[in-house]
Each structure stands twice: as structure tokens, then as C-alpha cells.
Design a protein. Structure first.
Length: 116
């Protein structure tokens, strides 16, 4: 099976069907264990601990660059020693495979900072 981080996010046209709960659970098992479902299983969220505010900003900037490249835009909440990442497909207010692909790519960025 292809690792999720090697796939590309596919922009949603608004007509794609959301994943069912079993498929969401299966894909969640392929990403970092700190991701959890929020907003009644329609969003993915990860709370990342960092050593300080600057570290949170640096990781957020790397995620922002990824978002631009993948055309997939998370909600980032930045604080001292903390960065929250929330992902969902905005056009359908639900989760699709690309959300898990993006989450996997975020995991790779965080691993690269060695701060978790």
C-alpha cells in the first residue's frame, strides 16, 4: 500500500462523497496517533507541543507552505509551546482521503522538527 504522505491532495469539487466512519477509522490508523476526530467525526485535529512560540511559528510556516503546494488549507492555532492543526474539506464540511494525506504530510513536517 502506498504511504499516505507520498500521495497528493486532490482539490475537492464539492461533489465528492464524504468517507464513512469505517473508512475514516482505517485511514486514521495510518497517521500519527495524536490525531483525533473532532466536530462529530467531520474534522481531524492534532495538538502539537513545541519548546516555545518561535518553534510553533516555524512549524506553522512549514505547514503553510505545504498547504499552498497541496491546495489544502488547515486551520492553524499558534500559541506559546503549542500548535493546533485542524483539517477538513471545507466545500463539503466533512473528511475525504485528501484530509488524511495532508495529515500524514504534516506528521512528516513535525518529525523533521524533532520537537514532539
Amino acid at each position: 500500500m502506498t504511504e499516505l504522505h507520498n500521495k497528493q491532495c486532490i482539490p475537492c469539487s464539492g461533489t465528492v462523497a464524504p468517507l464513512n466512519k469505517n473508512e475514516k477509522e482505517r485511514l486514521k490508523s495510518l497517521i500519527h496517533g495524536s490525531w483525533y476526530f473532532s466536530n462529530q467525526f467531520t474534522h481531524l485535529k492534532r495538538e502539537i507541543e513545541t519548546k516555545d512560540f518561535n518553534s510553533s511559528m516555524e512549524i506553522a510556516k512549514a505547514i503553510a507552505q505545504l498547504a499552498h503546494e497541496q491546495w489544502h488549507h488547515p486551520v492553524l492555532t499558534i500559541g506559546f509551546g503549542k500548535l493546533d492543526v485542524e483539517i477538513w474539506t471545507h466545500k463539503i464540511s466533512e473528511l475525504v482521503e485528501s484530509d488524511f494525506v495532508f495529515a500524514s504530510k504534516v506528521d512528516k513536517i513535525v518529525e523533521g522538527f524533532n520537537e514532539v
